[in-house]
Design a protein around this ligand. Sequence first.
Ligand code: ATP
Ligand code: MG
Length: 418
Amino acid sequence: MYDRILIRFGDLTLKGKNQGDFIRQLYKMLDEKLQGLPITIEKKHDHAYVLLNGYDYNEVIERLNLVAGIYSYSLVKKIKRDLDILKEESLNYINELVKGPTTFKVEAKRADKTFNLTSPEVSKIISAHILKNNKLVTADLHKPKLELRIEIRSDGIYLFNSQIRGLGGYPTGIAGKGLLMLSGGIDSPVAGFLAMKQGIKIECIHFESTPLTSIESANKVVDLVKIMAKYAPGNKILLHMVPFKNIHMQLLEKVPESYNITIMRRMMYRIASKVAANNKDLVLINGESVGQVASQTLQSMATINEVTNMPVIRPLATYDKLDIIALSRKIKAFDISIKPFEDCCTVYVPKAPSTAPRAYKARHFEEAFPYEEYVDEAVKNTKSLWINTFSDLDLSMYGLEVGEAIDEYHKAKQEGNN
Ligand code: ATP
Ligand code: MG
């Protein structure tokens, strides 16, 4: 039925060079995500067509939904510039879509003025033809359930109906690179997705406390990165695994319980800032949402944020938990996020964390151990690995501690390659 998909771009209010960059990056991502399918991409200045060449459009749409910067798309049928063919094909189009009584409207647009009928004339003729031959539909010019659009161009006539919304946003990568603090929970993968949708290329950092926590919880993080990598340039994301156990132990032994989480998070921010600087990541990104838990009150955020000069982007700051869950399901992260493995924030949950931790107290309590040395050691021992959407990496195959598991993984891979 449909022979092509029309793709409309997002925010083209961008001017000059930005617009050029936008379109270039969008096409790069489009090429990448549609790679391997027997389709052809026709690139125009401010829109594109995917010629299906007989291929299943559902499969293509699934891939288009991975490309940020696409505002909307429509299923299109291209026909000859001939009124009789137009009448017949318009009716076919409606017959195919309409399964029960509904309302419709025809909206014709004559982009090429050499066609011998005006837009209103075409609309009227086609509308009448459909009304006469399909008894399920009635006309409604104001709020039709179905709109058949007809675009008359010099190379043919294009039929299409509703516009399906794409991801929107900006092509991933166009905005520069940021470091996502990724836990195994629901929020941070959604924050990562939103950041990518806004054009940011992400790397991920995870603080792991094996063997205090299980390697399965680290593995869950790998699986979440695989999910996010579907949206990333090259289908891959760099993951920095920070050994956090030593700091964790210090916190449990030396810091008052009510300030434990606050100081733990100050350590995470310190380490993340250093790893970001080492990797030229310009911002930190995390899944914090105002008010969600004790560590996410404004007072708490201020006290935690004090330790870094880097901008911190919190895409979910004002989101409702239910909206976050809906997004988590949409990107298919939810089922992984809710797997019940403890992470460093759940293995030890203080009974009464402070909801209004003060910075001067935090500064005082964290002097209980030489934290700068611990921070530097953690940064030094951080292991970075590329996670590909299609990789079969499973850390739990390799034993208890994540660092060792990563080494084993690389070794096995090298041996396999030789
Ligand atoms: P999430 O569902 O993302 O785990 P949360 O509601 O459980 O979030 P917290 O555990 O307080 O909230 O964490 C807030 C944010 O801090 C997370 O969204 C994440 O960005 C970051 N974070 C927490 N724990 C870790 C970790 N072990 N490694 C990396 N980042 C973390
Ligand atoms: Mg968490």
